[in-house]
Ligand binder design. Sequence first.
Ligand SMILES: O=P(O)(O)OC[C@@H](O)[C@@H](O)c1c[nH]c2ccccc12
Length: 260
Amino acid sequence: MSILDQIIATKRQEVAACKARTTTAQLEKQGFFARACHSLSMSLVQPASTGVIAEFKRKSPSKGIINDRLGVDVVTKGYVEAGAACLSVLTDEPYFGGTYADFDLARRTNPNTPILRKDFMIDEYQIIEAKSMGADVVLLIAAALSPAEIKTLGTLARSLSMETLLEVHDQEELDRSLGDYISVVGVNNRNLKNFSEQNVEASKVLASKIPSQFVKVSESCISGPEIITELKTYGYRGFLIGESFMKTENPGKALSDFIN
Ligand SMILES: O=P(O)(O)OC[C@@H](O)[C@@H](O)c1c[nH]c2ccccc12
């Protein structure tokens, strides 16, 4: 079983437990469900945008603990002050150490910045949950979903005025997953089936295959500012970065050093 298969199996159990605790009717009455969303795609195409989607990530299956010392409020505030175009906050606890409380604190600390709910979305329940948490964007991972599932989840997210970030790693995933329910296309440089890659080759290979109406985001393994400069020449407008910032004592300053 690949790591991704294990994560998805755990996620199915977790979603079943959440459904048993809170109904979607309850979710729709609570939290930020009625809140208007911020647009990731609009934020990325602003001429002055840094394009950086800055992630709060405590640990990962491939790297183990990255940073378990800093709080989500301090880190995300630092990211926004340094010019992040969007925040990404993990809500998967078993594999990435993220929590719903992290997302809530990030939302309350940064009311004016788009936030991506970073999790493995496999069920419509999680889309409704994301909206009630105050998410602006949800992640749809092609490696974990069929085309029909992407359509169902994407259409529901868009009907709730959220945007969708489709994550692909190769051309086959891209070709089978696009649709008008996708807002932004992200190329994950890391292969989620084995967490192997350490470079941004996948983004370079796929750049010209992504139809021009989609804003392009490069995800993972962005280790220095020179990589952003290079990816911009391939047409990328967004850069999803976690570890390079989180491994430092001051992630906001690390972001600032990347873009200045
Ligand atoms: O820490 P990095 O290499 O900068 O990567 C950030 C982000 O792209 C990565 O955390 C990620 C991309 N897709 C995901 C899907 C689930 C969990 C995590 C991810």
